[in-house]
Design a binder for this molecule. Sequence first.
Ligand code: AMP
Ligand code: SF4
Length: 447
Amino acid sequence: MSFHDKCAVVGVWNHPSASFLTYLSLYALQHRGQEGAGIVSLKDGKHLSYKNQGLVGDIFTKDKLDSLKGKGAIGHTRYSTTGLNELKNIQPLTWNLNGGPLSVAHNGNIVNHALLKKKFRIFTKGESDTECLLPLIKYYEDKDIGQSLLKALAQLEGAYSLVFLTKDSLIVARDPMGFRPLVLGQKDQAYIVASETCAFDLIGAKYLREIKAGEILIFNKKGMKSLFLPQAKKKAQCIFEYVYFSRPDSLVFNKSVYEKRKKMGEYLAKEHPVEADVVIPVPDSGIPAAIAYSQTIGIPYEMGIIRNHYVGRTFIQPSSLIRNFKIKIKLNPQAFVKGKKVVAIDDSIVRGSTSKALIEVLKTAGAKEVHLRVSSPPIKGPCYYGVDTPQKKQLISGQKESVEEIRQFIGADSLAYLSYENFLKIGNKKDFCLACFDEKYPTAIYN
Ligand code: AMP
Ligand code: SF4
């Protein structure tokens, strides 16, 4: 079974507090995975590791971080959809090669991992696709780790933003299609690599540039050196990073996520205006689009739904006496919606259950009309490249024939999505993966 990991990776090189900077960066990237986290540091050629289930802030105490000595470190936060969140699956993963220890952390999904496991006779303890990597590197082991990586990574298909720690270097790599983001920053004499730039803001690092698609960047005592994998025919940067996944205060693929989300809201307002009293976001991911929708259409913006930010992944549900408990524990409508015509803005509809429950609680709170506007097109297919979207049959747009059928299911007075054509205005089609919206998958799929 493969995981669809939506994760964050971090690497720090040449800093006396490398593990502490890694910890802080993971803290900033917690939105990319909440099930487990780990850090491996490099001290005198040895790897020191600590990983556990839970949130970054709960896993690492000061004592734990102090024990992760050394001037180089890598880290990972993990989210998996399978429920098999066992310690053995939490990254970074560490192996001993002939040339010394090798640890790795991965964001993405290697689509041909099952084939590779068969071809290279790879037997693994855990279930993740990342596990095929280290045996593959061992297979191609060379005195020059850069050459091993060039050969091993050339076997992979799919999405990978990777950070490796060896006995004497930090190495980072991004797949030739550039699915997942990966950025390079600098803090004094140290280099930092992270999934998103919001990590640099927290630790006071300067953003230098993206790791290029297909680039392998090696940091060691000689300095920094780039190698390149064979170029891909097209790029396939994940457009969903702009829709939902990344933090709005990050630069992703060199562009502000916040500005991209506002653009989607602006196009949505021009395409699907509504005569209403108030524009309200579905917090948090609908906020930038709702601000732009309100500004474009000239209807006031209000926080009509308040989000409880402290809801964990599990909670004890009361008996069915409390209707819509699952949504109410997270999102609560304000009293002012009573008697109002409301336009609610969300970034996406996946299964449709959030929208359906939300519309019911808004109506129960007295909203006269609820019009839902969605700042991306209908999600038609699952993601095979590291974002947790369900199978087609669980997607509301996979089940229902038309937007009207979806409207009836969720109970909105009207429903409209940003069109695919206008959505494409936020990113050049040739540079992006849009497969969950158009089912044109940029690689072979081996399910
Ligand atoms: P649903 O109830 O399945 O339709 O969920 C829709 C909500 O989930 C929207 O408010 C989105 O902001 C959010 N969402 C979109 N994609 C994801 C994802 N991959 N993981 C978790 N939540 C998501
Ligand atoms: Fe991103 Fe969708 Fe492509 Fe997955 S299928 S990489 S979520 S655009």
